[in-house]
Design a protein around this ligand. Sequence first.
Ligand SMILES: N=CN[C@@H](CCC(=O)O)C(=O)O
Ligand SMILES: [Zn+2]
Length: 435
Amino acid sequence: MAGRHRLLLENAQQLVLVCGRGEEFLLRDGAASLAVLRGASLVVGLDGCIKAVGQADVIRDQFSEATFERIIDCSGKCVLPGLVDAHTHPVWAGDRVHEFAMKLAGASYMEIHQAGGGIHFTVEHTRKATEEELFNTFKHRLERMRRAGSTLVECKSGYGLNLETELKMLRVIERAKQSMDIGISSTYCGAHSVPKGKTAREATDDIINNHLPKLKELKLSGEIHVNNIDVFCEKGVFDLDSTRRILQAGKDIGLQINFHGDELHPMKSAELGAELGARAISHLEEVSDEGITAMARAKCAAVLLPTTAYMLRLKQPPARKMLEEGVIVALGSDFNPNAYCFSMPMVMHLACVNMKMSMNEALAAATINAAYALGKSDTHGSIQTGKQGDLVVINSSRWEHLIYQFGGHEALIDYVIVKGKVVYQNERCGTMSSY
Ligand SMILES: N=CN[C@@H](CCC(=O)O)C(=O)O
Ligand SMILES: [Zn+2]
């Protein structure tokens, strides 16, 4: 194949496809036989999509007449799909390090929340922050996530709780979507907590009667493209009935359902999500056996958040039971002022050690399954001809080192690539060439 192409990654020791047969997700058995090529190369076209993947000599012959904007010799290195972070709260102002000290001293998440801290502390600061201030910190956080290998990130609003600030946050997310080389799935999370001065019912009515109609209007005008709707379904926050009403109203305006459920108390969130056709439910530390069965049957992804369970010393979600029962298990960093972690490699490590997932299962959960949770596994989450050229190159002959070396991702990751463009290059690989 002649012509001009964007990128050739050549002669990788391991090229981790993740899926070998175009799967939209991987269950336990699929993850066990993760698709990996050895001595392989891949080509990304000028449109940012993968054009060919195969043995290095075959690709060399097939593209002997072609030219490339960039060629990277991956001898001794591994190529993986860009990581997908299925759950983050990255737009906010204010510093809650003092609450970390309180939790270390024994205060619970909900004790701090009910005392007016937690989400409410962040809401106060986010309402006061300007859109520019929020964008600048958000941009920096996205760059740190990308530096750790994430190329598609789910980003929530939820620190406004009033229409004005929720829209301010969603505009910040939209601006990053349009201007940064990283994939973003945006989530309206106006039901992240009950705002001070309102009851849960009043907040629910405000969201359904005011927030969501405005979002629909802005979607039609093309100003803001929100993908998902989220609710913190929790004792003392939004109960099952309010959650149902809000999620259904969001689904009615075309949003995918992806919400916080069964985190601190068994709320039957999983059963509700399966009933409503939720794309994903996050947390699930307190999920019931019936909820697991319902999620598996409904192909509703479980987005597990190891850093929050670790940091709050919660009981771990029953990941092994979910995998045995055929649930699609995905991972997210849950980056937020309560769980301050940007790194999906560390999330995968914690999922293995604390949730007893295998490294294969953790990688599938942080790639194809996380993409599925965001409704994007047709374009992201595995290395396959036609999919977006989002890739991570590590300087190790075994891909598992990305999980095994806890906190080692900054030394391991040589290149992060989005749509075939190198968006991060480790300084050990020389200076970044401009396109
Ligand atoms: N549980 C609710 N929401 C976030 C925490 C948000 C915050 O504390 O600021 C979570 O997923 O853990
Ligand atoms: Zn969350």
